[in-house]
Design a binder for this molecule. Structure first.
Ligand code: NAP
Length: 254
């Protein structure tokens, strides 16, 4: 497993949850610059302050910066990557609330936009990001791609599209050597399908602990996953590409 020594890690969705944890874990793995982005300026500011405090407490020599970015807006995504320049690893955890409900009753015309953040946002980001040789892109879905629950049909379709995009990108960003995106190849592209993660910032602490303990009790491994376990798999192992990494503690087997 390689260290992230001196590398730049960009986390879109880094203002909370998995993205925030990946940002701090990247610094623990000696990344020298972490750039987080999400759509709320206040959340970005709060997260940058939190990460700066973490850097100081840990005595690390590293930098964090934050930018406001709406993954629904392709022009914003292009401008963002043009402004930040070259980077080593791009992690995308951004996602808006899923559109759930009995399939027959869903307003599909309205629901079309649900592909914007997670699918089209990821596609535009992968096209615009200037990833250095040896770098990687990590996308995020959920266990729904393997084990959909009733009411999750549309989310399953969107997640499946993003999942398949991963394999396409892992080939396309490397092999088409006449295209400009490939000049910095090899770039690895993977996607994480997490089960229960130990990060549910929006749920009050008492309820969160109870919910996660109940989830852990049901899982084969008897614990929920930490950001560290995911980071190691996707960013630091240089031999994984085009893969969907099911990091769910056996959730789809129970
Ligand atoms: N946590 C879990 O247990 C779990 C399990 C399975 C799958 N997942 C998936 O993993 C991903 C991350 O989960 P999480 O728990 O870390 O979620 P989270 O805490 O809700 O974080 C989502 C992040 O995405 C950002 N975001 C939302 N809409 C955006 C947009 N249009 N443009 C840019 N940023 C946007 C949010 O910030 P702003 O509000 O500032 O935009 C936030 O930083 C999600 O896709 C989720 O579906 C999570």
């Amino acid at each position: 497993m390689s260290d992230l020594n001196g590398q730049t890690v960009v986390v879109i969705g880094g203002s909370s949850g998995i993205g925030f944890a990946v940002a701090t874990q990247s610094l623990r793995s000696h990344a020298s610059l972490v750039i987080i982005a999400s759509s709320s300026a206040q959340k970005v500011d709060n997260a940058v302050n939190g990460i700066q405090a973490f850097i100081q407490q840990s005595g690390l020599i590293a930098y964090v910066t934050g930018k406001v970015l709406n993954m629904k807006d392709s022009n914003q995504i292009r401008a963002f990557f043009s402004e930040i320049g070259q980077l080593d690893h791009l992690v995308i955890t951004s996602g808006d609330p899923p559109i759930l409900g009995p399939f027959k009753t869903l307003d599909l015309d309205q629901a079309r936009g649900s592909f914007d953040t997670r699918f089209w946002g990821a596609a535009v980001a992968a096209q615009s990001a200037q990833i250095k040789k040896g770098g990687s892109i990590v996308l995020t879905v959920g266990t729904v791609i393997k084990k959909p629950e009733p009411g999750w049909a549309l989310v399953t379709g969107q997640a499946g599209a993003t999942d398949s995009l991963t394999r396409g990108l892992s080939v396309d960003l490397v092999k088409r050597s006449m295209l400009r995106y490939s000049t910095l190849a090899p770039i690895r592209v993977n996607i994480i399908a997490p089960g229960y993660v130990s990060l549910w910032d929006t749920v009050p602490q008492d309820a969160r602990e109870k919910m996660l303990q109940e989830a852990a009790d049901k899982l084969l491994v008897k614990h929920v996953v930490s950001a560290d376990e995911m980071l190691v798999l996707c960013i630091r192992c240089g031999f994984i590409t085009g893969e969907t990494l099911h990091v769910n503690g056996g959730q789809t087997l129970i």
